[in-house]
Design a protein around this ligand. Structure first.
Ligand code: GTP
Ligand code: MG
Length: 313
């Protein structure tokens, strides 16, 4: 199904359809989002949402049947990797950034998160033998720190035509949480049309933190963030794109021993992101390690940020 407007269901009129579109719902997103959630958000009665979702799933051939572990294994194997362009980081990530998952880069101010995002949006464009996927990137910028000049530098170093490299990055400046949520929902149709293999959100939660400050807003903030992270995960899995998000660190006052810093966003972000990489500054180098992963090596690697981008030391 191309769009919601072509949907013909008895009892579902244009007002309902327009409401769904207004909230950024594409057929794909409706198919994989709980009906109660759509209903609560849009005010459309839940049974009506269920009716629509059922029809979309039928049309899309999304069934409720099981698959064998072998089929699941094959599906997992079809996920691809994007090289970071830095051997040490690739080793840490077991080959690179994975499609179908969310990879989170965590770190303090100046750690290099935004630099990694710039580098990845060039790397994804490279041919496969050089670690890319010959595809485009989408860059959602919540802090206004995207620099096309930096893309030009990195692209030149990687042997790409800088103009083409810029053309292959679809850039969106994000102004607030509502805008961010809606933009990600709109990506479902864009990613399908364009050859996009990487979606970056830099940073994931800055707007959420400033719009919902303090304890009194925490529950609301976490609820919105949770649904946003799930939208990103659905996007990654449904369209086999790599999603990369950045996250800040906050100090937790209740830690007396060990590291008082922790990633912002709490469990909601921790559970949604498949791979979490913590970066810290140390003199003129950067140190990266994986956190919270049951299946990745517990090691630290070093890299540096130079004029050419992210490089091995
Ligand atoms: P916040 O967004 O503030 O939380 O930080 P971040 O983790 O996104 O940091 P970012 O990626 O912006 O890193 C900034 C750092 O990258 C700078 O402090 C520089 O050390 C380094 N950097 C950026 N551009 C260049 C460059 O052209 N050459 C060199 N050598 N270093 C650079
Ligand atoms: Mg940044």
């Amino acid at each position: 199904m191309e769009d919601l407007k072509s949907l013909k269901i008895r009892g579902v009129g244009p007002i309902t359809i327009n409401k769904l579109i207004e909230y950024g719902y594409s057929p794909e997103l409706i198919a994989v989002t709980p009906a109660w959630q759509i209903s609560r958000e849009t005010g459309i009665p839940v049974d009506k949402v269920e009716l629509i979702a059922e029809r979309i799933r039928e049309d899309m051939g999304i069934g409720d049947e099981l698959m064998t572990a072998k089929e699941y294994y094959e599906m997992r194997k079809s996920m691809e990797k994007i090289s970071t362009g830095c051997k040490a980081l690739d080793n840490l990530l077991l080959g690179g950034i994975e499609t179908g998952s969310i990879t989170e880069f965590i770190g303090e101010y100046g750690a290099g998160k935004t630099q990694i995002c710039h580098q990845l949006s060039v790397m994804v464009q490279l041919p496969r033998e050089l670690g890319g996927l010959e595809a485009k990137a989408i860059y959602l910028d919540t802090e206004g720190t995207f620099r096309p000049e930096r893309i030009v530098q990195i692209a030149k170093y990687r042997g790409l035509d800088p103009d083409r490299a810029l053309d292959n990055i679809l850039y969106g400046r994000v102004y607030n949480t509502d805008h961010q949520i809606l933009m990600v929902r709109n990506l479902f149709s864009i990613v399908k049309k364009e050859n996009v293999k990487l979606v970056i959100v830099d940073s994931l939660i800055s707007h959420f933190r400033s719009e919902y400050p303090g304890r009194e807003n925490l529950a609301m903030r976490q609820q919105l963030l949770n649904s946003h992270v799930h939208d990103l995960l659905k996007l990654a899995m449904l369209h086999k794109v790599a999603v990369v998000v950045t996250n800040q660190v906050v100090s937790s006052p209740d830690v007396f021993f060990g590291n008082p810093l922790k990633p912002a966003g709490g469990n909601v972000v921790a559970h949604g992101c498949t791979y979490r990489i913590w970066i810290r500054k140390s003199k003129n180098k950067r140190i990266a390690k994986v956190i919270d992963s049951p299946c990745m090596p517990e090691m630290e690697v070093v890299f540096s940020i130079t004029e050419n981008g992210i490089e091995d030391l």
